[in-house]
Structures are given as C-alpha cells and as structure tokens.
Design a protein around this ligand. Structure first.
Ligand SMILES: [Zn+2]
Ligand SMILES: [Zn+2]
Length: 278
C-alpha cells in the first residue's frame, strides 16, 4: 500500500515538473546581467534550454544569483566562459564547480602567473575539466538560429584587460556583444579585423571606464542598449561620466546593475526587450 502511495506521489510530482518545464520553455533568448557587485557575471538561457555563463564575479554572490535565475533542478552549465583573469570576473567560479555540472570551459591562451589562477587550475583539475582555448573567428553553433563568434582573444598583453575575450552572440536578427574589460586600444584592434560589430545590446568594456567604449567603436556597434556591470560605491568610480556621455551621445539606453540590480534582456529573435527582476 505504501509503495503504491509513493509511486502515485512520484507520478504527480514528475507530471507537475513536466508541465512546469513546458511552461517555462520559450522561444526567447534570455540574457541575465547578474548583480554581483563590482564585477561581471552574465547568464544566457537559450531557447534550446542551454545555459551559458560569461564571467563569474568576485565571490559567492554568483551562486545566489544563479540560484534565483535558474530553477532548482537545473544544475547544468553548458558553457562557462572566462573573459580574462581578473578576480572580479572569475573568482565566483571555483564554488560554482561544486554546485553545477559544467560541460565546457572556454578561455583565451593567457596563463597568468598568480595565486588566483593557481586556485582556479586546482578547481578545474578537481572536476577533470580541460578548458578549450578559443581562436579569433571561431564560431560556436547551437543551431541555425543561435550561435556566437569569438572576435578577439589576445593572450600576451601585460595588462590582463587587453587579453579580454570578446564574443558576439547572434539569435536570429539580434546580436549581443560582450567586451570583458577591453580598453580602447583593443577596440581599435577589433575594428581593424573587419568583423561585423553591429549589435542591439553591448555589454560595455571595463564596467564603464573612460578608457573603454571609444567613439569610433560605439559608432561601429550602434547599440540600442548599453549594459554596465558595476558595484555600488566601487573604489574605481565606475562608470565614468565621460563614458556615460559617449553612450548618451549615440542614444543607447544605459542599463546598469549598480542601480537596477540583476536584470535581463530578452530577445525574440527580432527585437530586444529590457526586463527588471522583481
Ligand atoms: Zn573587471
Ligand atoms: Zn579586468
């Protein structure tokens, strides 16, 4: 009798989970800009059900934010991307490996000689993960509607920001450009490579620093939404008024985690929509 009750309960629970998951599946691409204080952390939920994380912020706030954005049973990260090896972009990741199953790690060939990198290498080996070093121009195709391309992946600059991995994600007619902390010199290199940079959504370089987001670069991207990930009262005073002025001049709407907390930008493939998280 008890066994039958348990079986019934399991059937009811699994049916409920199935209905819930069908309801939450959508045709939309959802890009969450997670509020992890001063640092970058981005979660991309694809219409096909994959999770892509670009950068992991400085600490365990990442886990809290991912827990809010993903349902409890979804513990798989299909792609984990590190833009560059500054603490505010990847020190949330060692803890993430303990809680989530990570399938692929994408990085540049940069190998810093510091303690943080050592901690990260140990975490990777604990979970038998071998990062894949990406190449400029390389394209990752999820299906005919969704793919992303590596636009820059330098590895030998002294300033880690110059080694930022730049990605452009395309869903049907909409594009998202993720800049890491790339400064203007890197933007100039990017412009010289001749990629199509036009993107509806730009995750601006280096938390809105005045040394990123140059005029020529912004003119090539023509973003409608400029996203700044920065923390309240951060010691770098990011974002800088000069950068803000440049965003205003091209007429993009400025969305920042500092003032709005975590938010998402949704794409149906034709248009993008800003959405706050209650
Ligand atoms: Zn940074
Ligand atoms: Zn940096």
């Amino acid at each position: 009798m008890n066994k039958i009750k348990v079986i019934f309960l399991l059937i009811i629970l699994s049916t409920g989970a199935l209905i819930y998951s069908l309801n939450t599946k959508s045709e939309n691409l959802e890009v969450y800009f997670l509020d992890v204080g001063q640092g970058d952390a981005i979660l991309i939920k694809t219409p096909q059900g994959q999770n892509i994380v670009i950068d992991g912020g400085p600490d365990n706030l990442l886990l809290y934010e991912l827990g809010q954005a993903l349902p409890w049973w979804d513990r798989t990260i299909d792609y984990l991307v590190i833009s560059h090896y500054h603490a505010d972009h990847y020190m949330g990741f060692p803890e993430l490996l303990k809680k989530y199953k990570v399938k692929n790690v994408l990085v540049t060939a940069h190998e810093p000689n510091d303690l943080l990198y050592l901690i990260w290498q140990e975490a990777l080996s604990d979970y038998n993960l071998n990062p894949k070093i990406v190449k400029v121009g390389e394209r990752f195709v999820i299906d005919s509607d969704l793919s992303w391309q590596v636009l820059l992946a330098d590895d030998s600059h002294e300033d880690f920001n110059d080694n930022s991995l730049v990605l452009r994600l395309s869903y049907k007619e909409t594009d998202f450009l993720f800049m890491g902390d790339l400064p203007i010199a890197g933007e100039e290199k990017l412009l010289s490579l001749g990629f199509d940079l036009r993107s509806e959504v730009l995750k601006v370089g280096h938390h809105g620093s005045k040394y990123s987001s140059g005029e020529a670069f912004l003119a090539a991207v023509e973003p409608r939404v400029c996203v700044i990930q920065s923390g309240i009262d951060n010691k770098f005073s990011h974002p800088h008024p000069e950068a803000i002025e440049r965003f205003k001049q091209i007429g993009c709407s400025i969305e920042d985690t500092q003032n709005k907390g975590t938010f998402k930008v949704i794409s149906d493939g034709r248009q993008v929509l800003f959405d706050t998280i209650p």
